[in-house]
Design a protein around this ligand. Structure first.
Ligand code: 5GP
Ligand code: MN
Length: 349
């Protein structure tokens, strides 16, 4: 049974019945899937009922996503102290990560969480968490289209652009192993709506500013191999950012370049986010489950892409993570063939 069939067992009919005001939010430091799902759903709800009041609460979004329809509705504060009939949290693996909407969520008439992070334990009145889905945008597509969760299932071109953008970003343009037949079918249907796929992929995923490329270059030049070449890590400090006039948003894509290094099973990227505080990004191949490692340090994510925030020296952080990666690699050597790839296939079949 596929996850789409399993979804039909959930009770989520009539979620917008009687609802006049909706708040939508995602996670801190919003990425393509978070922005795509929030604005895609906002567009869909307004297409269905233009009289609805829909507000989107997110941190300011990266420049390349600002062309999306209703991006101008994104706000950081609830200045009017509005109490919403419904609050929907998308792509957010735990309630601590939705800092912009904490109080909006707490006061809303009903709450709904839609997500695809394996570490999401569920929160809100109803949680729809599907780790088999490549992205929240893919999951949302099926909820809208196959399960008519918020309306009649008709997707406008503006909604399709947002959903396609999120799928593209979370799959690394359909390259990561989270790309399934369902992902490609959803993408195909969105293309049928008439979207410009080349523009979405090139302008929002591949294009880098000069500063972003300089930051990437610095991270690559200073990267180091550890665990006999089985893991790579790189660190950027606050002084690197000020020297290059870069911001945290300019780090997007650095971990993806580290992860393609030949011979490695895990990639680690850190940047200094505060005094003695580092934002940690982890990526892996089929031998290492980084969601478990990030979870141990208070973070979360997916089996092959996860993150957390850690305090301490770079030396200690890298050692702590490398020792856990090594433990997993040793376990794998003891039991060859026991890879997550098989676990995932089993779960899907
Ligand atoms: P990234 O490395 O691109 O920031 O994040 C990779 C994945 O891990 C994303 O799905 C992201 O939502 C998740 N993630 C990153 N940082 C954290 C964190 O601090 N806590 C949790 N729960 N998930 C995180
Ligand atoms: Mn996502």
């Amino acid at each position: 049974m596929t996850y789409i069939d399993r979804l039909s067992k959930q009770r989520f009919n009539n979620w917008t019945e009687g609802v006049k005001t909706v708040a939508i939010s995602g996670h801190i430091r919003p990425d393509g899937d978070c922005v795509g799902s929030c604005l895609g759903l906002c567009t869909y709800l307004l297409d269905q009922d233009p009289a609805l009041c829909v507000d989107v609460y997110l941190d300011p979004i990266p420049e390349e996503f600002r062309f999306l329809k209703h991006a101008d509705r994104i706000r950081q504060e609830n200045e009017e102290n509005r109490i919403y009939d419904l609050c929907i949290i998308l792509d957010c693996s735990d309630p601590d990560r939705m800092n912009r909407a904490q109080s909006v969520f707490a006061q809303a008439g009903r709450t709904l969480c839609i997500d695809h992070h394996i570490t999401n334990e569920g929160f809100g009145d109803l949680s729809i968490v599907c780790p088999e889905s490549s992205s929240t945008c893919e999951l949302l597509y099926y909820l809208i289209k196959e399960h008519n969760i918020f309306g009649d299932g008709s997707i406008s071109i503006d909604c399709a652009v947002a959903l396609y953008l999120g799928i593209v970003h979370d799959t690394g343009v359909f390259r990561h192993t989270n790309t399934t037949m369902e992902t490609m079918m959803a993408a195909g249907e969105l293309i049928r709506c008439g979207i410009n796929t080349e523009k979405i992929i090139n302008d929002t995923f591949f294009r880098k500013t000069y500063i972003q490329n300089q930051l990437l270059g610095k991270a690559l030049t200073e990267s180091m191999l550890v665990l006999d070449g089985r893991m790579i890590f790189s660190v950027l400090y606050r002084k690197d950012f000020s020297l290059l006039k870069a911001t945290q948003q300019d780090t997007d894509g650095i971990i993806d370049q580290l992860r393609v290094t030949e011979g490695i099973h895990a990639a680690l990227f850190l940047y200094e986010s505060g005094e003695g505080e580092f934002k940690v990004s982890l990526r892996s191949d089929e031998y290492v489950d980084v969601s478990v490692i990030a979870g141990e340090f208070g973070g979360g994510g997916h089996i092959r892409a996860a993150g957390c925030t850690m305090n301490g020296t770079v030396h200690d952080i890298v050692n702590n993570i490398a020792s856990r990666v090594e433990m997993q690699l040793e376990k794998k050597e003891d039991c060859p063939g026991d890879s997550h790839e098989e676990t995932e296939r089993d779960e899907l079949s």
